[in-house]
Every structure is written in C-alpha cells, then in structure tokens.
Ligand binder design. Structure first.
Ligand SMILES: [Zn+2]
Length: 1149
C-alpha cells in the first residue's frame, strides 16, 4: 500500500494527540477546513476568526503615544537617526565570544545544516530516481564494511577497551582496602594490579602495591606473579565469561596473624564471628600510611612493580602502624584452589580486629594521645581523573564506528570522532547500559535503570557529517503499517524486496512501488549504501503536509523580544544594553542552509505593569507604540507590522531600539506583570499562525495585579521539612495551563532573569521549562561585571539551532517500551514528548521497562523520531536509531554500563523526586538504589569474597563518588548560601542537561594552571577535587559548566601574579574581576586560551570568579571541591564510600 494513504499512515505519531485537540480557546475550536483530511492537528484548522478584524477591547489604546492616549504617533520625529544605524553595527555578535568548538551557534552552523552541500559525502550515487538529495560521492560506506545490524551475530560484543578491573574495596574491620579484579577478559599474566596503592584501611595504608595482607591475615600469601589467577565461578549456569579476580592492591593494613581459623577457604566469611562495627568506625591508631602519591591507584592496566606481588613489604615502611609486623608466610599450596578472591580481605570477622579500635589491646597502641582519625587513603579509591585519562588514552585516537550493536561509546570526556554506520552517534543518544537484561526480573534484580539520554538536535563537530535529508516526495517517509516506525537500517526486506518486516513490531508491510529495489545475494537492497535510511543511524526525512498542523505547511517561525522596562531594569542599564545588542544581533538570526537571510520574523514588546507593543512595519517612518493596560485579558492590538522581516524594517527597528531606553529612562514603575507577557507573545504567534520563541528579559517577582500574579513565599525554614518540596513547586497552576497553551501553538519561551531578590524561579520557570525553552539567571546583575556573560548567552541563545513545534516519540522493539521521560517538555499523553521548541543543547531522558522477554539474538532497538519545524519553516522528521544487546547474564549488563549516563539519569530522577517527596527521602532512595545495584553485582557477578570487601564493577567504579556529588548538590543538600531560586534554577537546568554537562556539573574539572605548558594547545592534566590536592604555590582553575573559578594560592610567585593579573602582589589581586586582564605574556595568553577553550565547550557562558586562598570567597570555591566534606554536611568521598559499603553489606547479609 502507499504510505501516503492517510487512513493507514494515520497521524505521524500513530495516536491522537490530545494536546492539540484539547485546545480551549474559542477561536480555536477545532473547526476543520471543509474537505481537509482529518489529522492530529485538526484542532488547528482554519484561520483564526478572532484575529481577522481585531476589535479593540476595553483597555486597549490604539497606538498610544507613550504614555498618552491617542492615535498612532511617532515616538521620535528625528527620522534621520534611523537609516544608518544598523550600518554602524559592532562586529558580529560571535566575535565577542569564542565560538563553541563545535561551531554550534554561529551562523555557519546553519549553512552546514544543508547536508547535501557537504563535500563530505558518505554514500554512493542515488540509485533511485526519487529526488533524494544525496551527494554522488562515496566515502566511508564500502560495501561490506558496515555490518548491517540485522545480520549481526547477536552474541558478538565489542568492548572498547580491554575489560578492566573490578575495583574492590575491602573492609578490614572498620577499615577498607581496595582490590581489583578483572571483570571479563583474562588479565595479563600475573598482573597483580598492585599499582593501585594500598588503601589505608581503617588501620593503615601500606606501601605501594603491598600485597601482604592476605598472607598476613590468612597465613597464605598471594600467588606469585606468574601463577594463574583464581577464576571465579560463573554466577549463572552457562556463563561463558568467568570473572577473574586479580590480586589487587591490598590493604595497607597488615593485620595480626590469623588466629581464628579464617582461612582462604572460609568463604563465606565465618559467620558468627564478631563483626567489626560498620564503617565509618572509630579512629585507628597510627594509620597514616599511604602509597606514594605518584602511584595511579585506579590505573588498572598498569602492571604493578613485581615486588609488590611478593607478599613482602617493598612499599613505604610501615611506620605508624601499631599492629604486629605483617607475617610473611610462604605461599601455601592450595591457595590457587580457593577461588574466592579473598585476597586479604578475610579478616573482617577476626576477633583480633577488635584491636583496631581505640583501646583495643591487640594493637598495642601506646596509651596517650588519641589516635588520628582513621581514613581511607584517597589515592587508593577510584579516581575520576584516572578513569577519564585512561579512557582518553584508550579510546581517543580511534573513531567510534557505530556499525556494531551494543557498543559502549567512549566517555563524554574523551575527544573522539564518530562514524555513523547504522547506529546513532553517542552525541545523539547515550544509554545507561548497552546490554540490557532479557527479562524484567533480571532488570529488577540489578536495579540498574535502563535509560537513554537523547539529544535529538545535538551539534556535531565540523569533522562529522550532519544527518542527511531524505525527500521521498509526496508519499513521505516509508513506515511500518502497524507501529508506524520509520524506515531504518534494521528493517528486513523479504520476498525479493517487495515487502519488509518491521524490526520493532514484526509486522510485514508492502514496499511502495516507488521505493522498490532488488535485493542482492545477501538479502540486502542493492541501494543499501545510497540511502541514508537504510545504512545510517541518523537521518532526516522531509515531512509531507500530513505531518503539519492543520494540514498546512507551517510559516517560518517568529522571535519576539519582550523587555522588562521597570525601574530596576532601566536603572541597571539592562534595557539599554539589550536594545544595543539587538541592533546587531538581529542580523544573526538562524538561517537555513545557504539562505541569504533568515526567514524568522521579529517583534518587540516592552512591559512593566502594562504592555507596549510596537509597530515596526517597514513603511513607517517611525515605530509606533500601542499600550495594553488591561492585562487581565491579553490580546495583541496589532497584527500588521508587529512581526516583521529584519531587513525590510531595518531602519524602523533601529529607531525603536534607540528610543526604548530613552522612553523609559525616567520610569518610576517598579512593579511588573509576567503571565500577560507570555500570553501576549502567545497571542501574537497565534494571530500570525506560526510557531516561535519569546525572549523575555525579566527582573522581579510579578506582584502587579494581573493573571499569574505572585507573592513572595520564600521560606528557608522549610528546608529539611516535609514541606520543602513546595519550594520547588509553582505557587499557582496558572502557569501550567499557560504552558500547555504555548506548547499547542509552538510558542517556546526563553527567560532571562536579573533578580535582586527572590522572584520565584520555580513558578516563573514553568512555562520556559514545559515549552522546551531555557532559563538564564544573573543574580544582582551589574552591567560592568555581568554584561559580557549575559550578552554571550543571549547571542548563543538567539543563534542556536532550534526546531519548533516539535513532537518526539521513541519506539522500541517488542519487549521493552519507554515508560518515563525527563526533560523540558510537555506531555499530553503517555508517549509523545511535545516541545514548543527544542534546541541543540536540550536532552530528553527516556526510561525503558520490560513488558516482555527480550532475546539475545535480536537484541533491542530504539527509534527516536522527532517531528519539528526548521528555522525556515520546513517540516522535518529527524530519526535516530540505536541497537542494543540483550543478555541473560547479569555480568554482561554490568560490563556494558556507562556510569556518566547513569548519573545523568539518577540526578534527573532525584531532581524530579523533590517535587513530591521530602529531600531526605529522595537522597535515601538514591543511596538505596545504588547500593542495590552494587550489591547485586557483588552477589551475582563478582567472584566470591569476604563480605568485608567492597567490590565495584569496573564500569561503575565511579558510581559512589559521582553519586555522592549528586547527593550533596545544592538541590538535595543546600548550603546556607544557596537561595531557593538557585535551587529551583539548578533543578530545571539539570533536567535538560546532556551527559557531558552533568558530568562536569557534578564533578567539576580542576586544572592546575601553573602546570600548564604555555607552548602547547593542550589543557593541563586535571586533578581531583579535593583541597589537599591544592598547593599554595599554584594557581588552579575549576569549572562546572556554570562557573569558572581561578584560585590563587597564597605562596604563588610574584612573577606569576604579575603575568596573570598585572598586579605586583597577591594582596592586590582584585576578586571583583569578571575577566582576566589581557596581558602580553605567555602565561596570560595560555590561561586565557584555556578559559576560552572551556567557555567554547559549554552551552552557557560561565561566570569567572577569582578566589584568593584564605579569602572569604574561598568558602564558595570549596563548595565545589566535591571529594571533601561539604559545609552543608555532605560527606567526603572517603566517608561516603564507607557508607555505601555499609549499605551494600547490609543488603548482602
Ligand atoms: Zn512495526
């Protein structure tokens, strides 16, 4: 059948969209155009009668010369000002800001959006006569080189880097030690992993790689380097990839000789023996030993010094250890057979351990000064820095080729290129796991959430090819008859190519005649490599009119700039700044392809308690203002001349932007409205019958009498009470309803806030949030220090790629389905994510649940389809496909997880949870879930070992440290300096973040600037986020995606201070600087280039804050040293790891 048959294709999304039908406005009563086919956009049929002949309602003053009533008047009679104004513009807006490395936001990005202009072409000459716009070159798609997903051997799994080790942390009494085990592949022979420095357990840390504890406690030393390693028994019958345990770095603590008969074979640990108190325990004497700082504890691939395997003590001396000297028993036969992986961890239950606690006789601690508090050696616990660096080294050099199902991509912190060979790039979709359990029981058992973080319009680096646009003409994209999935590489052609079987629902659909093509001997269509939708993971379809509201192709979108002109906005210089900026910025509106000028029309509104609309029609000599003071029933007082083409109305717009600051220069009006502003923009877009974006610049709590009026309800006393959630909830449902109307119209709202006090972000943010818009907040905005940041954000925001009036649906193959969604959007049903606007930075996180069994053979498939209107008004579908493996062994799940994505999901899940549950409940649930995840691994995948040992899956060894960062984030555990608005703001920001953004947001990047190589382009190597890593003689940079701190130690050389800040001493450094001075010396240049590079990587311009050591601002800075204990009570990494271990043990016992 023809895919164009409306009856069968139905709505593109296959089901009714209540959002468009439930539109309540009388003028939009869903009247259909006679004869128009029924579509999901039926409610948009017909012109809007109410706006054909606007009758000024009450309160409407046509063309009011501000502020007097009357007929339209010129705001400024001096027309001579206007003509050349635009000509004297500043440099292009991007010039002031380093363009993102990816070129995301500058105009050229839009040029590049025309895929077929690219010289970098992937496929061969289009074989069909269909007007498929593909370039006639052929590059990467050598036939046969890209495996077709359907033909893949289902069991094939490609692991990027060689499987690493499993981190183990062992609890010795109250202490902990770390070990590593190989999770899958056979380890290098005899690799002892002793490179992980010993952990100072509760007791002490021993020398690097000290491998004695086993022998110490068990009387059996570890095997020699060359001995085969014990192989863990498979957790499941039939498991073919045994987990192998490597002797890992061992506890530095060497316990007393065994006296309880707890031997290597005594797994599980002796029950009934007194267990040490759970961590964190009391301090232990003398445990100050640590491995050499230079050792790389988590660099699991580096072989240990051979000596560390000897069971001797080659490491640092055991000074400070008050226990008996470690015994050095010779290896005992039979050790190999234990297979319990219990390398030295068996001493938990030993009574002798009582000595580990203060006063315990066994330890022989001399009475007297209390022992220093016990702590785990931070060098011995999994290091984010090391993991990031290892991934960079292992995976940064090769392109990531997406032809293979279930591949785990490199980390977001690794620079890598992607070659699309049938699966969507990880820039578009990242998953918590690339190998998902076959059954829901398994999934529940593991507690690993199955989620995909999707960024449908992600910006690609210039080296990568944008999705090709496929045009099937009037018939539109080929789809499955039943589930409406779009043609994709996983569809199976049968019967000589006359039909295809859907990879999602198995339904067989006839190939439309125009799409028919013969199959080759392998069953593959001969035009396979010529059609993006058959060979690539991501591509676009040109949508037909069936995919348009009202069965009518959309008009180009409009941008409406809505400027608060109340007292604060004017006085701070903000109004003038915005107007000045717009004069140049309007020349950089998004353009499509090679279009000469943007198709986007613009309009202008100013407001305080009333709204002022401006007629900037090109034929006018001067702009005209119309005031609407009846804000209770908002309407747009003019149609013609409100939304205009920038080029046509250039002089009038310039004149307006010149006049606005003058008109309101003497305003005394302090009160503002807010909801009517959005309503006005919405009505304007409705009247113009287009989608668009409102840019609202707002300064205060809207207390003026109007719909959506708010009261100040901030109350910090609610923190840590059951009512804390109300701080995150909007104070009225008014904005939710407004948001729904906005989404229905495709009216996206971007909100720029400039508060000097509480303005209720939780409520004001509702509409931006639900329409897919952005919020920017500049508290205590000061022109001098903040304008640069604001202007950069504004420029990027105005220029960035955005799809309007968007609907996204994720289809899945049988057995799983999308059940939950996180992000900035609106949902009117359970499957369709609706966004008035979706820009290149926004992500939608989708969670999946089982509804049936999956098969290892067929795996699981996702297809994300985004229907949107481009900036030129073209209706398109962007399709991303991803195939995942399925497993019957939990170990496969844990081997193919991605912790950064997991954290992204967990943070969003928790941040939504605070809307309905007490924050403590949310925190506890997070901890519990992660403990269950790790306990399940321990129970089912790790080789048997003592309960005293913490064993982390290699892919999740950073889960505890990152989880702790989420738990102590401002939303879940606010410090005293964090305002209610900050928390609401962060909560909304995080909800739309991609994985790279959450990664750096929760675990900021800390760079020693003074270690930077001024002659190279590279960044200095990052260090861990802990105060003890900072040296007084150095300067550091810390960034988290929102802020950049430059921390200066008190002992930094004067010459460095002079070079960077242009002052002669530490005390002269001003922490009021918002940018670094431009100085002509290598160090200054290097640091500024580092800052610029980082700014270019982030979607928002980060605020630069100079922090001097021991200065009061240092408190703020320390808040971001996330491995340390926080002022708000957040645990240090070490303490949290101990806590997690305790939780896991409780689950296992
Ligand atoms: Zn189907």
């Amino acid at each position: 059948m023809s895919v164009n048959q409306q009856a069968h294709t139905g709505p593109p999304y296959g089901q009714p969209q209540p959002g468009y039908q439930g539109f309540q406005q009388p003028a939009y009563g869903g009247q259909s155009l006679p004869g128009a086919p029924q579509s999901q956009y039926g409610a948009y049929n017909g012109p809007v009668p109410g706006y054909q002949q606007p009758v000024p309602p009450q309160g409407y003053f046509p063309s009011l010369g501000f502020p007097s009533k009357g007929s339209p008047v010129s705001l400024n009679s001096d027309t001579s000002l206007a003509p050349n104004f635009i000509g004297s513009l500043r440099a292009p807006p991007t010039s002031g800001a380093p363009p993102p490395a990816s070129g995301a936001s500058h105009p050229s990005g839009h040029v590049a959006y025309s895929q077929f202009e690219h010289g970098d072409v992937q496929n061969g000459i289009p074989a069909s006569a269909a007007p498929m716009q593909r370039p006639p070159a052929s590059q990467p798609f050598l036939p046969g080189s890209a495996p077709t997903p359907v033909s893949q051997i289902s069991t094939f799994q490609q692991y990027g880097p060689p499987p690493g080790s499993v981190q183990q942390l062992r609890n010795h009494m109250a202490g902990m030690t770390i070990g590593s085990t190989a999770a899958s592949a056979p380890p290098p022979a005899g690799l002892g992993y002793a490179s992980v420095p010993p952990v100072s357990g509760s007791v002490s840390a021993a020398g690097s790689g000290l491998y004695t504890p086993y022998s110490a406690s068990q009387g059996a030393p570890p095997p020699s380097v060359s001995q085969p390693l014990p192989v863990a028994q498979p957790p499941f019958p039939g498991q073919t990839m045994p987990t192998q345990r490597l002797p890992a770095q061992l506890p530095g603590f060497t316990p007393p000789p065994p006296s309880t008969g707890v031997g290597p074979s005594s797994y599980p640990p002796t029950t009934g023996a007194p267990r040490p108190p759970a961590m964190p325990g009391p301090p232990l004497p003398g445990q100050t030993l640590a491995g050499p700082p230079s050792s790389q504890p988590n660099h699991v691939s580096s072989p240990p010094p051979p000596s560390t395997m000897a069971g001797l003590h080659p490491g640092p001396p055991m000074s400070g250890l008050h226990g008996p000297p470690p015994p050095t028993h010779p290896p005992q036969p039979g050790y190999q057979m234990q297979q319990n992986g219990s390398f030295g961890q068996m001493r938990g239950p030993q009574p002798n351990y009582g000595g580990a606690y203060p006063g315990a006789p066994n330890y022989g601690s001399p009475p007297g000064p209390p022992p220093p508090p016990k702590r785990l050696d931070p060098d011995s616990i999994p290091s984010p820095i090391q993991v990031i660096e290892d991934d960079r080294n292992n995976r940064g050099s090769e392109p990531f080729v997406t032809g293979v199902r279930g591949q785990v991509p490199p980390l977001v912190t690794t620079n890598f290129l992607v070659k699309d060979q049938g699966n969507a790039s990880p820039r578009y979709i990242r998953c918590t796991s690339y190998n998902i359990p076959c059954t829901s029981d398994m999934a529940k058992q593991s507690q690993v959430p199955l989620a995909a973080v999707i960024k449908p319009l992600a910006t690609l680096p210039p080296e990568e090819t944008l999705p090709y646009l496929v045009d099937h003409g009037e018939s539109g994209p080929v789809r499955c008859n039943r589930c409406k999935a779009y043609m994709c590489p996983f569809m199976q052609f049968i019967e000589g190519g006359r039909r295809f079987q859907c990879c999602f629902c198995s339904c067989v659909t006839e190939v439309p005649p125009h799409y028919f093509q013969h199959l080759d001997h392998t069953g593959k269509r001969v035009d396979f490599y010529d059609r993006p939708e058959l060979s690539l993971g991501s591509y676009e379809f040109l949508a037909t009119v069936d995919y348009c509201k009202n069965n009518k192709f959309p008009s180009p979108p409009a941008f409406i700039f809505m400027i608060d002109v109340s007292y604060n906005a004017v006085k701070s210089g903000l109004v003038r700044l915005i107007c000045e900026e717009l004069k140049s910025l309007l020349d950089y509106l998004p353009r499509e392809g090679n279009m000469e000028e943007s198709a986007i029309r613009v309009g202008f509104v100013t407001y305080n308690k009333v709204l002022h609309f401006y007629n900037v029609k090109s034929s006018l000599a001067q702009p005209q203002m119309m005031v609407v003071s009846d804000v209770a029933d908002m309407f747009v007082p003019l149609l013609d001349g409100f939304l205009v083409n920038v080029n046509e109305s250039r002089t009038v717009i310039a004149s307006l932007l010149d006049q606005i600051p003058e008109m309101f220069a003497d305003t005394r009006e302090t009160e503002t409205v807010f909801a009517p502003v959005i309503q006005a923009g919405l009505e304007a877009l409705k009247a113009a019958e287009c989608a668009g974006k409102l840019f609202i610049f707002h300064t205060s709590l809207p207390i003026a009498e109007a719909p959506g009026k708010l009261k100040n309800r901030d109350d910090r006393k609610l923190i840590n009470t059951d009512k804390e959630k109300t701080l995150f909830q909007p104070q009225t449902s008014f904005y939710n309803n407004l948001a729904k109307d906005c989404v229905a119209q495709g009216c996206c709202v971007d909100l720029f806030l400039f508060p000097n006090q509480y303005l209720d972000v939780a409520t004001l943010g509702v509409v931006p949030y639900q329409t897919g818009g952005s919020i920017y907040k500049y508290a205590y905005f000061q022109l001098e220090t903040d304008q640069y940041r604001f202007l950069n954000d504004l420029r990027r925001d105005v220029q960035k790629e955005v799809g309007f009036d968007a609907v996204m649906r994720v289809r899945t193959s049988t057995g799983i389905r999308a059940t939950d969604f996180f992000g900035a959007f609106y949902m009117s049903n359970t499957t369709d994510v609706e966004m008035a606007g979706l820009d290149c930075d926004k992500t939608i996180t989708v969670e999946f649940k089982h509804d049936d069994k999956l098969s290892e053979d067929s795996g699981a498939l996702l297809q994300c389809a985004l229907l949107y209107t481009s900036c030129a008004g073209q209706r398109r579908l962007r399709i991303h496909n991803l195939s995942l493996n399925c497993c019957t062994q939990l170990a496969d799940l844990y081997r193919n997880c991605e912790t950064d994505t997991l954290i992204n999901y967990l943070a969003k899940y928790a941040y939504r949870g605070v809307l309905s549950s007490p924050v403590k409940t949310v925190r506890d649930a997070l901890i519990n879930q992660c403990a269950q995840i790790l306990a399940c691994y321990r129970k089912n995948c790790a080789s048997p070992s003592s309960a005293g040992q913490l064993i982390l899956p290699e892919c999740m060894k950073l889960l505890p440290v990152y989880l702790n960062c989420v738990l102590k984030s401002d939303v879940l555990q606010p410090g005293p300096e964090v305002t209610t608005d900050d928390r609401a703001y962060i909560r909304q920001l995080v909800t739309s973040m991609d994985v790279a953004e959450t990664n750096v947001f929760f675990y900021p990047r800390l760079l020693p600037l003074t270690k930077a190589d001024v002659d190279s382009d590279s960044l200095p190597a990052a260090i861990r986020n802990s105060e003890e890593r900072l040296s007084k003689g150095d300067i550091y940079l810390l960034e988290n995606g929102l802020n950049i701190f430059v921390w200066v130690g008190v002992n930094v050389q004067q010459s460095l201070i002079q070079n960077l800040f242009g002052v002669s001493s530490f005390s002269q450094i001003s922490n009021a600087l918002s940018t670094l001075p431009v100085l002509e010396n290598p160090f200054s240049k290097k640091v500024r280039s580092v800052v610029d590079m980082l700014q270019g990587q982030r979607s928002r311009y980060m605020k630069l804050i100079i922090v001097k050591q021991e200065d009061k601002l240092e408190m703020l800075f320390k808040h971001f040293l996330v491995e340390d204990k926080s002022l708000s009570g957040g645990a240090s990494y070490v303490d949290f790891l101990c806590h997690m271990h305790k939780e896991i043990r409780q689950l296992l016992s």
